[in-house]
Design a protein. Structure first.
Length: 256
């Protein structure tokens, strides 16, 4: 695994590359007033399992969409430092808090391009009004929402409002007893002061579920064969997570 600091689409980012290439690209976005450094542990873990992971400093939706396109272009251009590193057909978006909201909005933008994402994974996303509007336009895609217990830091579990706007059915997965800081790796004292300290056990749960979700959608072979559903079932049986099926807007019952 190699880590490179570079600038693409006008933002600084850390790019973690695995040994095996071309690799699927995952853009992992941090939360409001946080930084790429707060997801370096997760990015290293993913790169060690075959993913190229870009962790940008600027997580606005248009920047994320432009970043995917620029990195893919560089990978497909002979003579570029990234030539041959990325697989343009295997794109994933993941994000924590406001970065999760931005990932949904970026996915809607990218689905109109030659590099649509195959998977979107949310880590305790906190949607904006623009996210709720965009959600209805998201086409069916592999999708996971992993969140903490409701608190002021995640707007009392506001991810649920986002999931209710999606035009396809999804699961709402709550990691029992977790806080809004548990999706970071590493987290810090500032997040702990505002939202409650992260625990190693919960950080590992979020990281591992994110990994198998991405693997199911983006990796071939044994690493990508139904691991997410199986792991969720095991964790639910042991009380580590709670799962709620969220019907699509089209399937929701009509009020009389």
């Amino acid at each position: 695994m190699t880590k490179t600091r570079l600038v693409a689409a006008g933002t600084a980012l850390d790019l973690f590359l695995p040994e095996s290439r071309p690799a699927p690209l995952v853009v992992l976005s941090h939360g409001f007033a946080r930084s790429a450094a707060h997801h370096s542990g997760t990015a290293r873990h993913l790169a060690g399992r075959g993913f190229a992971v870009a962790v940008p400093e600027d997580t606005r939706p248009k920047v994320l969409a432009a970043l995917v396109q620029e990195l893919v272009r560089k990978s497909g251009t002979a003579g570029e430092g990234l030539a041959g590193c990325l697989d343009p057909q295997r794109i994933g978006l993941a994000g924590h808090s406001a970065g999760g909201a931005a990932s949904v909005e970026a996915a809607v933008l990218l689905q109109e391009t030659a590099t649509p994402p195959r998977v979107v994974c949310l880590l305790d996303a906190v949607p904006r009004r623009s996210t709720l509007r965009a959600a209805a336009a998201l086409r069916p895609v592999a999708f996971a929402s992993l969140r903490a217990e409701p608190s002021s830091c995640n707007a009392n579990g506001s991810t649920a409002a986002l999931l209710a706007r999606l035009p396809f059915p999804v699961e709402d997965v709550i990691v029992t007893g977790s806080t809004h800081c548990d999706q970071e790796n590493p987290s810090d004292g500032l997040c702990a002061f505002a939202c409650g300290a992260a625990s190693t056990a919960h950080q590992t749960t979020f990281r591992d579920l994110l990994t198998v979700c991405l693997a199911d959608a983006l990796l071939a072979g044994p690493a990508g064969k139904g691991g997410y559903a199986a792991q969720l079932a095991r964790l639910e049986a042991s009380g580590v997570v709670r799962r709620v099926e969220v019907p699509s807007v089209a399937d929701a019952p009509v009020r009389p």
